[in-house]
Design a binder for this molecule. Structure first.
Ligand code: ARG
Length: 463
C-alpha cells in the first residue's frame, strides 16, 4: 500500500518499515534550520516568479504563508508538523500546502533537497560562528581583566608539574590569551570556505531553470557561489574544518581548565572558584568541587569525537549526495552547542574567580631561583655547564643541610666560587628576577606590560 504522506508516492506501492522510517527521519534535529530553509524558499520562489513559473499573486501568497509558518514554528516547534514528516524541507513544503493549497506544490521546481540542505547548513553554520566569536571574545576579555588586575603578582612556574622558575600570574594568564587569539583567527578563517552557496546545483547536475544564482547569493548573504554542482551538493569539508577548529579550541580550554583545577585545589590554594561554578558532594559536607572545569576538560573528548565521527562518515563516500550525509547534522549541532556552553562556563569561571596572591607568592620554592646563580656565574664568563654543576652542588647542600637557597649571602656563595663576587645579598629578589626577563615574550615587568597592550589591541581589532 502506498504511503500517501510521502512526496514520492507515485513510484512506491508499499509503505516504509516503521523502524526504518524513524531511522530515516531527521526532523527532530534539522528543525533548527527552519529559518534558513524558509529564507531559502522565499529566495527561490522569487526566482521562480521572475522566470514566470509563479505568478506575482502566487509568489506573494507563498511569502505570506512562509512568514506565518516561521512564527508558528517558532512558537510550537515540532508539534506543528505531521508525525510522518521526514525532514524540515519536506515539512515546510507540506505545512505551506495546508496554508495556501496547491501553489505550495510548485516551490520545489528546479531545486533538490540536496542543494537545499547543503545551503541551509552553510547558512546556519555562518550564523553560529558569529555567536562563537562573541563568546570567545568574552573569555579573552575576562583573561585580560584578570591579568591587568593582578599585574605584578608572582607565582611558581612549572615544567613537568615541578617548580621550575617563578612567573608573573599575568604572564600565565596571557599565555592563554594568545593561544585563544589563534583560535579566534582559526574560527574567522573558516568563514570564506563556509560562505559558498550550493543552491542552483539541484540534485547533482545543476538546475534546469535559468535562475540568477548571483541574486540568490545576494539575498541569502553568501560571499560566493559554488563552482561545481557535484561539489556543491556533496562537500562537507567546511564542517570538518569548523569542527576541527572547535575541537582544537576545546582542547586549549581543556588545558587551561586543568591548570585551574590544580591551582584551585587545597594543595595549591592559588584560586578560589565561585559557588556559581562549583558543586558539593552528596555525602561529604566539606566538599566544593570544580565540576565546571572538569566538564570543560571532558568536553574536548566529545568534540574530538564529533569530528572523528563525521570524518569517518564522509571519508569513503561515492560522489555525490548519499544519505550518509544526513548524519552530519547531529555531530555539527552538538559541536556548536557544546562549545557555546563551554565558552560560557569558562567565561563565568574566570570572571568570578578569586586570586589568593599570598598563597601563590608564598609557595614559590626558593630552589626555583637556582638558575639565577648559574646565570650569574656564566655572565662572569664561567662556561655554563660548569656554572650549572656548581649551582647544582649548592642546591644539593641546601637540601641536605635544610638551608634556604634564596637566603644565601654573597659570603656563603663565595665558598663555592670566587666568581660569585659582586652578586650581593639581594640576588634572589623578585624585582631583579623580573628585570632580567624583559625580553619581549618573557615574564619581566615591561614585557608583560607590552603583552597587555598587545592584548588590548587584539580585543579592539580582531573581532
Ligand atoms: N534530510 C536530508 C539530509 O539531511 C535532506 C537531503 C535528502 N536528499 C535525498 N536525496 N534523500 O541529508
Amino acid at each position: 500500500m502506498s504511503d500517501k504522506n510521502k512526496a514520492w508516492d507515485g513510484r512506491f506501492e508499499e509503505a516504509n518499515d516503521p523502524v526504518f522510517e524513524s531511522m530515516n527521519r531527521s526532523l527532530a534535529y534539522d528543525i533548527r534550520m527552519y529559518k534558513e530553509d524558509i529564507q531559502l524558499n522565499v529566495a527561490w520562489s522569487r526566482e521562480l516568479a521572475r522566470l514566470g513559473v509563479l505568478t506575482e499573486k502566487e509568489f506573494s501568497s507563498i511569502v505570506k504563508g512562509l512568514a506565518e509558518l516561521e512564527v508558528q514554528i517558532n512558537e510550537k516547534g515540532i508539534e506543528l508538523f505531521d508525525k510522518s514528516t521526514e525532514d524540515i524541507h519536506m515539512g515546510i513544503e507540506a505545512l505551506l500546502a495546508t496554508k495556501i493549497g496547491d501553489t505550495a506544490k510548485k516551490i520545489h521546481f528546479g531545486k533538490s533537497r540536496n542543494d537545499q540542505v547543503a545551503t541551509d547548513q552553510r547558512l546556519y553554520t555562518l550564523r553560529s560562528i558569529d555567536e562563537l566569536l562573541s563568546l570567545l571574545q568574552s573569555v579573552m576579555k575576562s583573561i585580560y581583566t584578570l591579568a591587568s588586575e593582578n599585574n605584578g603578582v608572582m607565582m611558581p612556574g612549572f615544567t613537568h608539574l615541578r617548580q621550575a622558575q617563578p612567573l608573573q600570574l599575568s604572564h600565565w594568564l596571557m599565555s592563554w590569551f594568545f593561544l585563544l587569539e589563534r583560535d579566534a583567527q582559526r574560527l574567522k578563517d573558516t568563514l570564506p570556505r563556509i560562505s559558498i552557496m550550493p543552491l542552483g546545483s539541484a540534485a547533482l547536475s545543476g538546475t534546469t531553470l535559468a535562475v540568477n544564482r548571483e541574486s540568490l547569493r545576494k539575498e541569502l548573504g553568501f560571499a560566493k557561489i559554488s563552482d561545481n554542482s557535484m561539489d556543491g551538493v556533496s562537500s562537507r569539508d567546511f564542517m570538518l574544518e569548523l569542527m576541527s577548529t572547535i575541537a582544537i579550541l576545546s582542547g586549549n580550554l581543556s588545558r587551561m581548565a586543568e591548570d585551574m583545577i590544580l591551582y584551585s585545589s587545597e594543595q595549591f590554594g592559588y584560586f578560589e572558584l565561585s559557588d556559581k561554578v562549583s558543586t558539593g558532594s552528596s555525602i561529604m559536607p566539606n566538599k566544593k568541587n570544580p565540576d565546571s572545569l572538569e566538564l570543560i576538560r571532558a568536553k574536548a573528548g566529545r568534540l574530538l569525537g564529533n569530528y572523528t565521527a563525521l570524518f569517518t562518515v564522509i571519508k569513503a563516500l561515492p560522489s555525490t549526495y548519499n544519505k550518509d550525509l544526513q548524519e552530519d547534522k547531529e555531530r555539527l549541532f552538538d559541536s556548536l552547542d557544546t562549545i557555546k556552553q563551554v565558552l560560557h562556563v569558562t567565561q563565568t569561571t574566570l570572571s568570578t574567580l578569586s586570586v589568593n596572591k599570598s598563597a601563590m607568592q608564598k609557595s614559590i620554592d626558593p630552589l626555583s631561583f637556582a638558575t639565577e646563580l648559574a646565570d650569574y656565574l656564566s655572565a662572569m664568563k664561567m662556561p655554563f655547564r660548569e656554572a650549572h654543576k656548581i649551582t647544582g652542588k649548592i642546591v644539593l647542600d641546601c637540601i641536605k643541610e635544610q638551608k634556604v637557597l634564596t637566603e644565601m649571602t654573597e659570603t656563603d656563595l663565595l665558598k663555592y666560587s670566587p666568581q660569585f663576587g659582586g652578586i650581593g645579598n639581594d640576588w634572589a629578589s623578585h624585582e631583579l628576577f623580573l628585570a632580567k626577563r624583559d625580553v619581549y615574550g618573557g615574564t619581566g615587568t615591561s614585557s608583560v606590560d607590552r603583552q597587555l597592550e598587545r592584548a588590548a589591541n587584539v580585543l579592539d581589532t580582531l573581532f
